[in-house]
Design a protein around this ligand. Sequence first.
Ligand code: CO
Length: 134
Amino acid sequence: MKLGRLNHIGVATPSIERSLELYRTMFGAEPHGPPFDLPAQGVRVWFVDASNSQIELIEPLGEDSPIVRFLDKNPQGGQHHVCFEVPDIHAAKAEFEAKGARVLGEPRIGAHGTFVFFVHPKDMGGVLTEIMET
Ligand code: CO
């Protein structure tokens, strides 16, 4: 497998509105479209455009959101995951598993409307890694 393009960096926050304001103030950055809910992943999402990638601001959607615990440990938010592109999500999953990495769940529709899965941070040097089909 070849390391694909960095699609985005996921940043968890208690408020995507407040975080967007921060990126606006610090960088003059603008959002990529409106915020939206991603119930399958338990998050509310707002993308911020950078010239060569995006920041994915995510806040919890509901009490059992997978990022609630992250925010308990990091109350002001913080870097949550990185996302790389691959051409074939099922081939990528099989390859990660063959190399002994723990893939978290089955591929599901992600924030860009294509299939994604996550690789356990313990198998990626401490970095929660999202793999996204282009
Ligand atoms: Co993401």
